[in-house]
Each structure stands twice: as C-alpha cells, then as structure tokens.
Design a protein around this ligand. Structure first.
Ligand SMILES: NC(=O)C1=CN([C@@H]2O[C@H](COP(=O)(O)OP(=O)(O)OC[C@H]3O[C@@H](n4cnc5c(N)ncnc54)[C@H](OP(=O)(O)O)[C@@H]3O)[C@@H](O)[C@H]2O)C=CC1
Ligand SMILES: Nc1nc(=O)c2c([nH]1)NC[C@@H]1CN(c3ccc(C(=O)N[C@@H](CCC(=O)O)C(=O)O)cc3)C=[N+]21
Ligand SMILES: [Mg+2]
Length: 281
C-alpha cells in the first residue's frame, strides 16, 4: 500500500517554493514583504515557534522582525508597540504570539492590529468577514488543514466533517471553511454527549482539542481522513490529539505530529504576509 501519511513538511516545501518565486517577482519591483512577530514573556515553546516563523520568512525572502517583550510589560506598552508596527511601511503583517500574560486583554490587543496587517486572521473584522463569506485573511491553521485535505485528491463536498474543538482560532474557523467547501459539518466540544459515536460518523475528522491521543481507533470510521491539529508535549515528546499508531491503520489519510498541520500553519502565515504586501502597493 502507498503511504497514507500526509507529509505536511513536504506539502509545505512545495508551497513555499512557489511563494519564493512570488517574493522574487516582488523584489524585481523593489518590494519586499515584511512580517513582525511579537512575543511577550519567555515561554520556551513559544519562543521556539516564533523563531521558526522568523526563519521560515528569511528562507523565502520575507523580511522579518521579532520583538521579545518582557513578561512585565503593560497592556498600554504593548498597544503602543502595535501602533508603531501598524504605521511601519516595511511591515505588512503583524503576529502577536498567543497566549498573552493573564493581565493583558488578548482581544483588545488583537483588535489593535490593523485589520490589513492581521495575517493571523484573528481580528474581529476578518473573523466577521469569514463568517459572512467575504474575502478575508484566513486563519493559518484552519487554512492549512483544508489545504492538506485537498492535496490528498479528495474533495470535502458532501462529506461529513466532524470537528472536535470550538476555539476561535482553530475549531470554529475550520468548521466554517469546511462548510464553504460544501461539507456537512458537526462541531464537538467538552459538553458533547456520545463523542465517540459522532466522531465515528465522520468521513473527515479534524481534532483540535489539546488532549494527547484522545481520538482512538475505535472512534474512527474505516477509510476516514484524519487531521490532527493537536500539539501536546508529553515527556518531552510532541504528540497529537490522535492516537496515530492505532488510527493510521484505519484512516485513508492521516496527518502526523510533528510534521503535519504545524508546518502548514507557518506556510499559510507566509502566504498571508505576501498577500498583505501585494494589497499594500
Ligand atoms: N498545529 C498548529 O499549528 C496549531 C496547533 N494548536 C493545538 O491545537 C489544539 C487546540 O488548540 P486551541 O483550539 O487553541 O485550544 P483551546 O483550548 O482553545 O480549545 C480546545 C477545544 O477542545 C474542546 N475540548 C476540551 N476537552 C474536550 C473533550 N474532552 N472532549 C471534546 N472536546 C474537548 C474544548 O471545549 P470547550 O469549548 O467546551 O471548552 C475547546 O473547544 C492544542 O493542542 C494546540 O496546541 C493550536 C494552534 C495551532
Ligand atoms: N498569534 C498566534 N498565531 C499562531 O499561529 C499561533 C499562536 N499565536 N500561538 C501558538 C499556536 C501554535 N502554533 C504552531 C505553529 C507551528 C507549529 C509547528 O510548526 N510544529 C511543528 C513542530 C515544532 C516543534 O518541534 O516544536 C510540527 O508540528 O511539525 C506548531 C504550533 C501557532 N500558533
Ligand atoms: Mg486558546
């Protein structure tokens, strides 16, 4: 049997190659896309992600700036930093790494980012546009999930997509994007009754919970496509929300962790930054 493992790293490389070409074209017109990444506090995992984002930018020719701000920063100071980046001509995309320290109002910070530079797609204007079906910056992780499903050669149209998780950054938007692909969508969450039975009905299962290996083989329909968004650190190792070793023998396609959705998130961020740059000229 050909491998049913969706290689998110490989798909990312392919997309990044074409993004590199786009950046080169812009550079011939003396235009360079720029991304600013802001991180508050010194959580090592968050710092790793932020550096990975900056490195990915450099690799394809996007200018990047990383601001590592101290944990003790006030909300006001953070908002001023965002104002500065909003008016910085070199910067087309702004990403403020979440979560923020508990004394800072996360939504207020996101809303301060100019909607035109909101390459995460978290700003209320972009979230609202997504809800009503207008052109907007798509949130990176959900967009990456849909791209990975499409690259299997399968369509979402008419399929039953079961999403586990309803956060504003993953579950809800990936459900909406699936709906726009003409899937029939069920969203499950912590109060869902009979979770296993519902997941078992999914032609496509998208797990975005944050609980290691909670989706077990008995919960998955034979031949389902399984997309694992979860990033959990267990004994120093990364594991997804899906029990990969068991489920891979039942799924028609499955994403691994690491090497699945994670790299695609960064790739979609690069893509959004290039789009933001093109819109600004
Ligand atoms: N690969 C990537 O690029 C990214 C990965 N992630 C990872 O994805 C996962 C989800 O992230 P995020 O959406 O921010 O997480 P949140 O914690 O914001 O949301 C988790 C969701 O899972 C639901 N949930 C919790 N427990 C259960 C349960 N026992 N049964 C069913 N549903 C449950 C919650 O329900 P309720 O709403 O009722 O509380 C909630 O809707 C995390 O592991 C995160 O690290 C996140 C972003 C990017
Ligand atoms: N404003 C904001 N935007 C985000 O997009 C955002 C955020 N905040 N906060 C945290 C989450 C998480 N997230 C990941 C991105 C890439 C990987 C990734 O590349 N993971 C690699 C492994 C990396 C490793 O080894 O640690 C993989 O899955 O193969 C993971 C997680 C983006 N997030
Ligand atoms: Mg969250």
């Amino acid at each position: 049997m050909m491998s049913n493992i969706i290689d998110g790293k490989q798909v990312s490389l392919e997309i990044r190659d074409s993004l590199t070409e786009e950046v080169k074209k812009l550079q011939k017109q003396d235009i360079q896309p720029g991304l600013a990444v802001v991180i508050v506090g010194s959580d090592p995992a968050s710092q790793t992600y932020v550096r990975a984002k900056a490195k990915a930018c450099n690799n394809i020719g996007i200018y990047s700036e990383v601001y590592e701000l101290p944990e003790e920063i006030t909300e006001q100071q953070l908002l001023e930093k965002i104002d500065e980046l909003n008016s910085d001509m070199r910067i087309h995309g702004i990403l403020v790494q979440l979560p923020l320290p508990k004394d800072i109002n996360e939504q207020a910070v996101i809303e301060r980012i100019s909607a035109d530079k909101d390459v995460d797609g978290f700003h209320i204007l972009n979230a609202g546009k997504l809800l009503v079906g207008q052109d907007s910056y798509l949130p990176c992780t959900p967009a990456g999930c849909i791209e990975l499903i499409k690259r299997t050669g399968e369509t979402l149209e008419g399929k039953h997509v079961v999403v586990i998780g309803r956060s504003n950054i993953v579950g809800k938007p990936v459900a909406l994007l699936s709906l726009y692909e003409n899937a029939t969508v069920t969203i499950c969450h912590s109060r869902t009754q009979n979770l296993a039975e519902i997941v078992k009905q999914g032609d496509i299962v998208i797990a975005a919970v944050g609980r290691p290996k909670m989706i077990t083989a008995d919960m998955v329909k034979d031949g389902a496509i399984v997309i694992d968004v979860g990033i959990n650190r267990v004994d120093g190792k990364l594991v997804g929300d899906v029990d990969f070793e068991q489920v891979k023998d039942k799924a028609s396609f499955i994403t691994p962790v690491p090497g699945g959705v994670g790299p695609m998130t960064i790739t979609m961020l690069l893509q959004n930054t290039i789009v933001a740059c093109k819109k600004s000229v």
